[in-house]
Design a protein. Structure first.
Length: 173
């Protein structure tokens, strides 16, 4: 524990959390029952992204393929509001793009980038994703296993919503 400091009527420990940082790799494959061009269109639509990213309260276009976002997120007992910048790079419609994210909030920060590759197979789309993520601050103090489990759960929610949106878009046209 830290040193004691005289404070009013009693002594209270002063503690400072270490500067935690975790580096992780995130990867996976998800199949969506919709044509590749529809899925790709949904993946670059800020309205769809806002709806499908768990905890995303706001997403605004700030430039060509660049967005600012406000998210409420957390891992275990550590929760907070984050502001983030999102960039879409190396776009090769409808098969590939790179997503770059940098977010920070009271409980810590998240920085990362990942590539999404879309392949069409008999009217369905297979999305392969792989990326590197750095998580820091109090958010990282919960540990890599809990962060990894939360990331996998959020990815599942995101892709389920994305599939619903891509199907709705497919039926509307």
């Amino acid at each position: 524990m830290g040193k004691l400091k005289r404070c009013g009527a009693g002594n209270y420990p002063i503690t400072k959390l270490p500067n935690y940082t975790i580096q992780m790799k995130i990867e996976g494959t998800h199949k969506i029952s919709a044509p590749r061009d529809r899925v790709f269109g949904a993946l670059i639509d800020p309205a769809v992204l806002q709806k499908c990213i768990p905890g995303c309260e706001q997403m605004q276009k700030t430039g060509e393929n660049q967005f600012s976002a406000k998210l409420t997120a957390g891992v275990g007992p550590i929760k907070g509001i984050f502001t983030a910048t999102v960039s879409l790079e190396d776009i090769k419609a409808p098969e590939h793009y790179k997503l770059v994210l940098e977010g920070k909030g009271q409980p810590g920060f998240v920085k990362g980038s990942g590539e999404l590759n879309l392949k069409e197979d008999a009217g369905e789309t297979s999305i392969e994703y792989a990326g590197d993520v750095n998580v820091g601050g109090m958010l990282a103090s919960v540990g890599q296993r809990m962060i990894q489990a939360t990331a996998n759960m959020l990815a599942g929610r995101f892709f389920s919503c994305l599939e619903s949106e891509a199907k709705a878009c497919s039926q509307a046209s």
